[in-house]
Write a protein that binds this ligand. Structure first.
Ligand code: 26W
Length: 800
């Protein structure tokens, strides 16, 4: 049944009155938005409950995607799109004299994640529902999301992100589905009447885990899956034991804040608490659901797949073991077989400093029974592998070593599948980082290159481009993104290329309007828009970008009449609050921005825009306006990257090292349509092995680079005495950990080629079009199909 605008207006008005009991004409955007959200919840409620019922009735296999982070972005538009009523609602609101865009912007963007890993989880939720795969998300309902970033005098300042201030229309609190999570105390094993060892607990702290469910609406297929986020509360019957506010606070604290760390592990007990809290709650609720099905335990892996998104939820493994052993009375062998068959694990990082390892004492104290189980998993692993491998190799793979519990080892040993997130990344895992495990379990390892949902990142974010593509190749690409390749046949069509350029210009104007309004920076929309948006981290090398900007700056200062392609350098990045070096780089770039933007000699030749508080919503504004995509991490460090895919999909040309998924971008779009530079991963490894990298020599021998670097310490850039010195020293004195100086030369060279190509708009637009048309393989729909077929063994429930 199609919804008419008239029906919509009537129902929407009723919803509004029911909520607010006053006339609709005098409401605020947030009230309209809340009413719309409520209206949509009712509109999709039947689909949600039908999907649920169907899964249970047919006892289909379901996947549970456990992730410490989800970054869904605003949900109003994407829900409307997926329900197939975006245009109707927009028109209906217009008829009522309301501005849909203003209403949509009233929604908060829930920042329940740090970066790539969290955003990937949300793209996956969209694809799982859109493919009709029975799937659920499982995570934490943080009271405060990732901090809000402000710049004060160029420095990053962090403010709390109270994302629930106006309530959250999409969630449903499910008190009736709460479970108890046990912490601390003692677990003494003793024999029960059947002669089995079972733990007797004493002095534990019991925390109530209350789920908040959000519907994950599939793309025009009537499927609504579930994202379940857990919140920690004091169990009502235990209220009496909480005497002080501090006691109560300790409970609330568990789900109070998202750790703002990305790729840096810190052994904080609160984080371990969070990890056990949501994995235990999730696994308990899965088991409870399974028990409705009256099946033997042997069938558990035929009905349940649990996916561990990085090691953060790896305690799923001992938790499922605990339930099967202690509560369901299975033997170790049975329980272990079920657990391994159920679990799969994705690794998202090769950085050593990001590898989670928890001090044994901490695990013992916080979850004593879980520790006992981990110990036994470890011992059995050693007993089984020692006869087969050298003691050295075997002991390199233990879960417990040097007083620590190594979460990656637990995840690998306890899962039947281990995957990396791009071809190169998986290769590096197999042959470098995890090679001992690869030798032991070659069949567990597989690659699943990341993907993105084209629904959010093209259809919604770039309506102009969507219309153009629809006009040229029809709309089938929306459900089958490989159809995007049909767009290639327009690569020589001047008309299409001109339209493409027109759309890009329009998107650039939109961003320019934002920069002007929010930052007071005036941009020339005909300049080249160059974009680097991702967490601030030394390995991602925002510094290399900064060096290039300074190199240009000096060139223009030397010759103010220089005929050079005007460029706007756009940055968006948060730094972990404790990551001092990253914050110094933010200060540096902000200071460069001030200097350059206000120098009349530079004019429009260079502008630098560092947007505050980068997140999903800003990405949706920036990406459609981008012409150059900076993917310049040191080769071998970026697991995959996903902004590289979004930018390509929106017609940006990539400046890239051969790192992460950039390698596959090159393969799909061809060498001629990407700007490659720098060392490859093998060259980097060779330097590590030979110890022959000396950044000081490069500094000494390259006058152009020397001049650029000296600006950090010679007063050229005013007001960065401290930061300038630290950064200079890190690059010149302390041997430049990420080979920034080594790659500088080839980076600036390739940037000159970028400028040259830009002088020929048709050639540029052609490459842009080829990038768009080659980006289909990066659809998360394909990635999820592979996860479902090869790892989870879950089937789509859609009619074939
Ligand atoms: C324990 C601290 C910590 C927190 C988060 C360590 C590691 C993480 C994440 C795994 C970091 C992350 O987001 N990794 C990114 O994952 C993306 C999705 O697979 C990849 O595209 C990025 O390359 C990778 O950096």
């Amino acid at each position: 049944m199609v919804l008419t605008t008239k029906e919509f207006r009537e129902d929407f008005s009723k919803t509004f009155e029911g909520l607010y009991a006053f006339d609709l004409s005098e409401a605020s955007p947030i009230q309209y938005y809340t009413a719309l959200g409520n209206y949509l919840k009712v509109y999709s409620a039947d689909n949600w409950s039908h999907t649920n019922q169907a899964y249970l009735e047919h006892q289909v296999k379901q996947v549970y995607y456990f992730s410490m982070e989800f970054l869904p972005g605003r949900m109003l538009k994407s829900n409307l799109l997926n329900l197939g009523i975006l245009d109707t609602v927009r028109d209906g609101l217009r008829e009522m004299g309301l501005d849909f865009e203003v209403i949509a912007r009233a929604e908060v963007d829930p920042a329940l994640g740090n970066g790539g890993l969290g955003r990937l989880a949300s793209c996956f939720m969209d694809s799982i529902a859109s493919l009709g795969i029975p799937g659920n998300g499982n995570g934490i309902r943080y009271r405060y999301g990732l901090f809000q970033q402000k710049f004060v005098d160029g420095y990053q300042v962090e403010l709390p992100e109270n994302w629930l201030r106006d309530g959250n229309v999409w969630e449903v609190r499910k008190e009736n589905k709460a479970v108890m999570v046990r912490f601390g105390g003692q677990a003494i094993l003793s024999e029960d009447p059947d002669g089995r060892l079972k733990p007797i607990y004493s002095q534990t702290q019991n925390i109530l885990a209350v789920p908040y469910d959000t519907g994950m609406i599939g793309y025009q297929n009537e499927v609504v899956n579930n994202l379940r986020l857990w919140s920690a509360e004091i169990p009502p019957e235990e209220e009496i034991h909480y005497h002080t506010i501090a006691d109560r606070e300790k409970v609330n604290q568990i789900t109070e804040v998202l750790y703002p760390d990305d790729s840096n592990y810190e052994g904080q007990i609160l984080r371990l608490r969070q990890e056990y809290f949501f994995t235990s709650a999730g696994v308990q609720s899965i088991v409870r659901y399974y028990k409705q099905m009256v099946l033997t335990w042997q069938h558990f892996p035929d009905k349940v797949a649990i996916h561990i998104n990085d090691t953060h939820p790896a305690l799923c493994i001992p938790e499922l073991m605990r339930i099967l052993l202690d509560e369901e009375g299975l033997s170790w062998e049975q329980a272990w077989e079920i657990t391994q068959k159920t679990m799969s694990y994705t690794n998202h990082t090769i950085l050593q400093e990001a590898m989670e390892k928890w001090p044994v004492r901490m695990v013992q104290e916080l979850v004593p029974r879980i520790y006992q189980i981990i110990e036994e998993i470890n011992q059995r692993h050693i007993d089984k592998k020692l006869p087969l491998y050298t003691p050295e190799l075997t002991y390199r793979t233990t879960i417990i070593a040097d007083g620590n519990v190594k979460m990656a080892h637990l995840a690998i040993i306890g899962s039947h599948s281990v995957n990396g997130v791009a071809k190169l990344h998986t290769e590096i895992l197999m042959h470098e980082v995890l090679r001992d495990f690869y030798q032991m379990y070659p069949a567990k390892f597989n690659n699943k290159t990341n993907g993105i949902t084209q629904r959010r990142w093209l259809h919604l974010a770039n309506e102009g481009l969507t219309k153009l593509i629809d006009n040229k190749i029809g709309t089938a690409w929306k459900t089958n993104p490989s159809e995007l390749k049909l767009f290639k046949s327009f690569a020589n069509n001047e008309d299409t290329l001109a339209q493409l350029a027109e759309i890009k210009l329009e998107n650039k104007k939109q961003f320019a309007a934002y920069a002007e309004k929010e930052m007071g920076i005036e941009l020339d929309p005909t300049a080249l828009f160059d974009v680097q948006i991702k967490r601030l981290h030394a390995y991602k090398r925002q510094l290399l970008n900064a060096l290039h900007i300074l190199d240009r700056y000096l060139k223009i200062k030397d010759d103010p009449d220089l005929d050079i392609q005007p460029r706007v350098f756009i940055f968006g990045a948060k730094a972990a609050p404790s990551y001092v070096y990253a914050k110094q780089i933010i200060k540096l770039i902000n200071t460069i921005a001030d200097m350059v933007n206000n120098d009349p000699a530079i004019g429009n030749k260079i502008k630098v825009v560092f947007v505050e508080n980068y997140g999903v919503s800003l990405a949706e504004l920036i990406i459609p306006a981008a012409e150059v995509s900076e993917q310049i991490s040191l080769a071998g460090k970026e697991a995959s990257g996903t902004s590289n895919m979004k930018l390509m999909l929106n017609g940006a040309l990539t400046v890239a090292t051969l790192d992460g998924a950039n390698v596959e971008i090159r393969d799909f779009v061809g060498e001629d349509n990407i700007f490659l530079f720098g060392l490859n991963d093998q060259e980097v490894y060779a330097f590590y092995e030979n110890g022959t990298y000396h950044s000081r020599d490069i500094y000494d021998s390259n006058p152009r680079l020397q001049r650029v670097l000296n600006t950090f310490i010679d007063g050229t850039i005013p007001g960065i005495e401290t930061e300038g010195r630290v950064i200079f020293d890190s690059l010149v004195q302390y041997n430049d950990e990420y080979f920034v100086l080594k790659d500088f030369e080839s980076y600036v060279e390739v940037q000159e080629k970028v400028d040259q190509l830009y002088q020929d708009p048709m050639a540029w637009n052609q490459k842009s079009l080829l990038n768009i048309a080659s980006s289909g393989p990066f659809s998360a729909d394909f990635t999820i199909k592979r996860y479902a077929e090869e790892i989870w063994k879950t089937d789509s429930q859609l009619p074939a």
